[in-house]
Design a protein around this ligand. Structure first.
Ligand code: NCD
Ligand code: ZN
Length: 347
């Protein structure tokens, strides 16, 4: 019997589209299945002002394939010199839906991020006042903290104090990877949510490191041990309003992934929806996939849910995903789940 599942069209609440030739190559992969996405601002130079966000949005719209229906939801990259008035104007424009905070040095293109949190307090106060969400890359950057402990340390030493100081601030813990992240998000009340990526539901750190190093599974925050992956699965498949999809699809050309100092990022835009259907079916939660991909995110961001739908069909034959997509910037390897996937998105 063929199984089929129709959902409200999904949104991606954390996406890297890059710019130029890479943007042109990867955007169709997301626009094929997703109606909207929160666009990460970590370009070089970063998207810091409303004017830069408007210009980037125009470049994204220009790179869309003909006929595609896709709305980029823009973010501003928070720096220690961000002007609260510019943030307020950006929110009022309707184009900017969040501000992204990278601790300086935490990940790809984060050197303009925040080191001294006191310096961004006036911006956070303005955001709390106007209800604009803060998207947080939640890892400490202290080189003495073990990389596998950086998320838990961030929650204790930065996130919790920051939220106590700004109780009205609406916060999204981006791409959580630990049971501590799950527990903190679950207990956080109305003003707190968390995104979970596709790949963190599928891989643990053994996939990266056991039996030879697999650079295409390396991303930040790095995948943790199996017990954490299981906690993420439980959270995502629970349907709880706190948790929604942010793929963190983060393309880098193969030459920079397969490198002595390889870039962090997994590229999942191409196959996220079939992979999620597989994961949710495995956990007996297909009826909660729509909450995770299409309902909980808009509710937190106070946006309408999509009217259009997406249908997934389970076939006898496994789907063959492309191994790579070929952009004019170079080839980008598509995330390989390591198991056959029978769910296909209906054209
Ligand atoms: C992202 C990137 O490449 O921009 N990389 C990643 O591993 N997730 C940055 C980020 O979100 O941390
Ligand atoms: Zn990211």
């Amino acid at each position: 019997m063929t199984q089929s599942l129709t959902l409200r069209r999904p949104d991606d609440w954390h996406l890297h589209l890059r710019d130029g030739a890479m943007l042109k190559g990867v955007l169709p992969e997301t626009a094929r299945h997703f109606a909207r996405a929160i666009i990460m601002p970590n370009l070089v130079p970063p998207v810091v002002t409303l004017a830069q966000a408007e210009a980037y949005r125009t470049r994204i719209l220009a790179a869309l394939p003909k006929g595609a229906q896709f709305e980029p939801l823009m973010t501003l990259y928070l720096t220690e010199s961000t002007d609260p008035a510019d943030v307020a104007a950006a929110a009022a424009s309707g184009l900017v839906k969040a501000v992204k905070l990278y601790p300086a040095g935490a990940t790809t293109n984060s050197h303009s991020g925040v080191s001294n949190f006191d310096k961004v307090q006036p911006v956070l106060e303005k955001m709390a006042e106007i209800g604009l969400p803060l998207c947080l890359h939640g890892e400490v950057t202290d080189p003495w903290v073990d990389i596998f402990d950086r998320e838990a340390a961030f929650i204790d030493t930065i996130l919790d104090p920051l939220r106590r100081r700004n109780p009205a601030l609406r916060v999204v813990m981006e791409h959580i990877t630990t049971s501590q992240g799950v527990d903190y998000a679950r207990a956080g009340g109305e003003n707190l949510a968390a995104t979970i990526t596709t790949h963190h539901l599928i891989i643990n750190r053994n996939h990266i490191l056991a039996g030879g190093i697999k650079p295409h599974y390396y991303c930040l925050p790095v995948a943790k041990r199996e017990s954490h992956r299981l906690a993420l699965r439980k959270a995502a498949t629970s349907g709880a309003a706190r948790f929604f999809l942010g793929t963190d699809s983060a393309p880098h050309v193969d030459a920079l992934k397969e490198h002595a100092c390889g870039c962090a990022g997994c590229f999942t835009a191409t196959n996220t929806m079939p992979l999620l259907a597989h994961v949710f079916e495995e956990d007996g939660a297909l009826d909660r996939l729509e909450a995770f991909t299409s309902l909980n995110g808009p509710a937190f961001y106070r946006l309408p849910i999509n009217q259009a739908t997406l249908t997934l069909v389970k076939h006898e034959s496994a789907q063959i995903f492309p191994e790579k997509i070929f952009t004019e910037a170079g080839p980008v390897t598509v995330f390989n789940p390591g198991f056959p996937v029978h769910w296909h998105v209906e054209p």
